[in-house]
Design a protein around this ligand. Structure first.
Ligand code: ASP
Ligand code: MG
Length: 423
């Protein structure tokens, strides 16, 4: 049994849905197909949530109409007539959604968010499974919310593994179809209230399902040929990493390689389930294989994060930054939900590199200002090189001022400033 995951880009229009069907036609295996919301519709849904919770009725109605039109436009090209049964099913989702957004918001923004944003995946999976059936693929639609149970931390729900395992094994059987089409990103509480697992969470869903069903392998179908050693946005001579270890995949995802969601690898590693990252544009290419194996040919990988801020924190009483102070400082970052990309401490100051999230940074400064003196520098870049050597460091620091540098055995990280224009 395989688990396939198709992201938003692979179902962004009718042509891509047809392409997905062509890929499935090459396989006769039992497959769970995990699908994200179509194209950028999760962003559109987030906008709808904004209008809904701020009471902007006019914009809300326009955004909802556009959202519906986007899906109907795709369906027009997939089904022969509006009499096709898919229209009824899709309309039922829109009706429920319409009811929800006509109601007053609850006091729980994250709860409302999950009830609204989850519709993206419900729609995409309905449309795709109906299309697959229409082209004679033996597909069934499955509601993942009946099988993946979570806590009630809306927008970032945690999986309840034990309950989910038995539900999943009971519900995801292949008796009446070899293709089970289901939603990424979603789960539900024990009381059957819809939850989401965090943005871009569909890769993780594929890993959860593979883990619970002990799949033979997972394939994530992407619009890139596999995992590259750098983002082609910054490098023109990127190299495809044909085989990488789970450990490398975790590290690359952790430092910010955007191809695989960071939470995806751990469950697969636990059960030794291989992960393939392949191109849905050129499905016959080999792609990247992630397994236990460690490979001796270690290709350096580069991860760039732009628009970074380096915050330097020192105690107002000029004392050392010791454990008690660190607890306060890190507590403020955790409470305000700002991820730390890199940190370093010296005797009298503690430096933290973060994404330029003004809102959260403002709140943290506010929390810490009384006790600490805080300075920050903007417009920085953070470069991470896994399997670095001097040559690779030289390559990324041409015309850059290195502001902070940290090395361990395998990985070098540098906070740098671009000084090229000033010369
Ligand atoms: N549709 C969700 C998102 O865009 C989940 C995913 O794409 O993985 O965040
Ligand atoms: Mg998406």
């Amino acid at each position: 049994m395989f688990v396939f995951k198709f992201g938003g880009a692979s179902v962004k229009n009718a042509t891509s849905v047809k392409n997905l069907a062509e890929i499935l036609q090459k396989f006769s295996d039992n497959i769970v197909v995990v699908i994200s919301a179509m194209g950028k519709s999760t962003n559109a849904l987030e906008q709808i949530v904004e209008y809904y919770s701020s009471g902007n009725k006019v914009e809300l109605d326009i955004a909802f109409e556009n959202f519906k039109a986007f899906h109907y436009y795709i369906m027009k090209d997939l089904f022969e007539s509006t009499e096709h049964q898919s229209y009824q099913k899709v309309k039922a989702v829109f009706d429920t959604m319409s009811e929800k957004i006509s109601d007053k918001p609850t006091l729980n923004y994250d709860f409302d968010y999950d009830q609204i944003v989850s519709n993206g995946e419900l729609l995409s999976t309905l449309i795709v499974s109906e299309y697959l059936k229409a082209v004679n693929i033996n597909a069934r639609w499955k509601d993942i919310r009946e099988s993946v149970k979570t806590d009630n931390k809306y927008r970032e729900a945690k999986v309840e593994w034990d309950i989910s395992e038995s539900l999943m094994k009971n519900n995801f059987t292949f008796e009446d179809g070899n293709i089970l089409v289901t939603q990424g990103f979603l789960g539900s509480t024990i009381n059957n209230l819809t939850t989401t697992l965090g943005r871009e969470g569909s890769d993780y869903s594929a890993a959860i399902i593979a883990y619970l069903l002990e799949a033979e392998k997972v394939i994530i179908w992407k619009d890139v040929p596999g995992v590259l050693n750098a983002d082609p946005k910054w490098f023109d001579d990127t190299i495809l990493l044909e085989k990488i270890s789970y450990k490398d995949a975790i590290e690359l995802a952790f430092y910010g390689t955007s191809v695989i969601h960071p939470k995806t690898i751990q469950p697969l590693k636990r059960k030794s389930i291989p992960l393939h990252v392949k191109s849905f544009i050129e499905p016959d290419l080999k792609g990247t294989l992630v397994t236990h194996h460690d490979y001796d040919k270690l290709i350096p990988s580069f991860i760039f994060k732009m628009d970074q801020v380096l915050i330097s924190i020192s105690a107002r009483d000029l004392s050392f930054i010791a454990e008690d102070y660190l607890e306060i400082i890190l507590g403020a970052f955790a409470r305000n939900g700002l991820n730390i990309n890199l940190m370093q401490n010296s005797a009298t100051s503690f430096q933290i590199c973060v994404n330029n999230d003004r809102n959260r940074i403002g709140r943290i400064v506010n929390d810490l200002e009384k006790q600490f003196h805080i300075e920050w520098e903007n417009e920085l870049e953070l470069v991470t090189i896994r399997y670095f050597d001097q040559q690779t460091i030289d390559r990324v620091t041409i015309n850059k001022e290195v502001i902070l540098e940290q090395h361990n055995k395998t990985t070098a990280q540098m906070v740098i400033r671009d000084v090229s224009e000033k010369e």
